[in-house]
Design a protein around this ligand. Structure first.
Ligand code: ADP
Ligand code: MG
Ligand code: MG
Length: 255
């Protein structure tokens, strides 16, 4: 089992040090084997949390810590964090020209393996084909430049393809359900569910119960104004669907 701990995390945008903190003391522990859902109104810091855990240099940690198995990762760059088993499925995946999807995924897999034990090319292609089949992705998407001209839904599916191929210990999946029709949503959810196991933990950021009908979370957290104001089980998301966020006030978590 591996443990990801967020302790009293305070975060600012690095370019705007005079602006108030976006995250104001987040505490959260995710063990491998667990599925956490992170919900909350727009513009309250969900993506900032995911990006900061992954090590996006646009964000400045002003207080607190992020640890994997008790060791701080704050001084580690994105690629080092990826090697430690962190993965971010982005809300807005970047388009990269000149690198094909397959090349990108193979490089990401190999970066996590020793130099003398890189994934054999035939094994990689077989796995990639099978996973793309599972996600019902057209074959040519492997050879197209990363996310270039992909539709919103294709980009999201592609994030899940990367997830399933790279097999991280911890995945933060930021609004993977946005832009998906109901069939694609089911396929994406099945992909995430196929990752379930004692070596995999995830934090799923979503606005919708719809996704959580397919991926049933062990824990649901509500992030508002940079704080986790409530934590519960899968039923909390169902409740929210009925009542919305409005009645939730900062401080409820401690009430
Ligand atoms: P959420 O994912 O919950 O919708 P975000 O984490 O994207 O919220 O944003 C939280 C707040 O921080 C918003 O007010 C947003 O404008 C601001 N913010 C996030 N990232 C940046 C950035 N790189 N530069 C400037 N402001 C940012
Ligand atoms: Mg948002
Ligand atoms: Mg967001």
């Amino acid at each position: 089992m591996t443990k990801l701990e967020i302790k009293d995390l305070h975060v600012k945008v690095k370019a705007e040090p005079e602006h108030p903190e976006i995250l104001r003391g987040i505490n959260l522990t995710i063990n491998t084997g667990e599925i956490h859902a992170l919900m909350g109104p727009n513009g309250n810091g969900k993506s900032t949390l995911a990006e900061t855990i992954m090590g996006n240099p646009a964000y400045l940690v002003t207080q607190g810590d992020i640890l994997i198995d008790g060791e701080s990762i704050l001084d580690k760059a994105v690629d080092e964090r990826a090697r430690l088993g962190l993965f971010l499925g982005m809300q807005y995946p970047a388009e990269i020209n000149g690198v094909t999807n397959a090349e990108f995924i193979r490089a990401a897999i190999n970066a996590r393996r020793p130099k003398d034990d890189q994934i054999p090319i035939m094994q990689f292609i077989k796995q990639l084909d099978a996973t793309m089949d599972q996600l019902k992705m057209p074959e040519d998407m492997a050879d197209r430049y990363l996310n270039q001209g992909f539709s919103g839904g294709e980009k999201k599916r592609n994030e899940i393809l990367q997830l399933m191929m790279i097999k991280p210990h911890f995945a933060m999946l930021d609004e993977i359900d946005s832009g998906l029709d109901i069939d694609a949503l089911r396929i994406v959810a099945e992909g995430v569910n196929s990752m379930r196991g004692k070596e995999f933990g995830t934090m799923i950021i979503t606005h919708y119960q719809r996704l959580l009908n397919y991926i049933v979370p062990d824990f649901v957290h509500i992030l508002k104004d940079g704080e986790i104001i409530e934590t519960g089980g899968a039923e909390l998301a169902k409740e929210l669907e009925k009542t919305g966020y409005e009645h939730l006030k900062v401080g409820d978590a401690n009430a």
